[in-house]
Design a protein. Structure first.
Length: 212
């Protein structure tokens, strides 16, 4: 099964399929190094900032909800910004509900700096969807890739898989290895979509492993 889980939610699909669970909306119950409660969400990386010790950072106004006593925040690993979660959820939902042909291939953006949000676990489903759409467009434009191109991508993915397998500390790949073992057979054919999915899966597992 998928490694995307917390004590409240569990994805029931295998790694090669899109997750069937959304982000957890329960507050994180961890303690920070300072001893105060984490201000993040369950299943997300704990923000380093504390509501008490770093009040001036945490309550820096963007949407107007940052200074609420029960406000919760998401840390964006791509740009390192801390954003209040309910406002960020609405911001991203509105952006994607208003998509058109010109914006459908855009990743969600940080509302502070406009940096693409690619590695935030909470929005990984959206990022994966954009990756897949981009892959479909590339296929239409470029046509079939050469065997050399596909083999180069396969070899790079094998190296990344082996590196991830040796570096994971809290997660065992277990039966997920079956998804990647086919890479070693040169007669197996993988579409760009599958190779991108494998790459995203490895990135996702690395991020989950850091949380545990």
């Amino acid at each position: 099964p998928c490694a995307y889980k917390c004590k409240h939610l569990q994805c029931t699909r295998i790694c090669s399929e899109p997750c069937d669970r959304g982000p957890c909306n329960e507050p994180c119950d961890q303690k920070l190094k300072c001893g105060h409660d984490c201000i993040g969400m369950c299943g997300e990386p704990c923000p380093r900032q504390c509501r008490i010790c770093n009040k001036h950072i945490v309550q820096e106004i963007l949407f107007g909800t940052e200074d609420e006593p029960d406000a919760r925040f998401v840390f964006l690993p791509d740009c390192k910004h801390l954003i209040e979660v309910t406002s960020l959820d609405k911001f991203i939902e509105t952006a994607f509900n208003n998509q058109n042909e010109d914006t459908a291939l855009r990743f969600p953006e940080c509302p502070r700096c406009k940096h693409n949000i690619r590695r935030c676990i909470r929005y990984m489903r959206i990022s994966n969807r954009v990756h897949n759409l981009i892959a479909q467009v590339k296929t239409k434009i470029l046509g079939s890739r050469s065997d050399k191109d596909l083999n180069n991508k396969r070899q790079l993915l094998i190296k990344e898989f082996e590196r991830t397998d040796s570096n994971l500390k809290e997660i065992s790949l277990g039966n997920k290895k079956a998804l990647f073992n086919g890479l070693y057979d040169p007669d197996n054919y993988f579409t760009d979509d599958i190779l991108i999915l494998m790459t995203n899966t490895l990135s996702f597992l690395n991020e989950i492993d850091k949380l545990l």
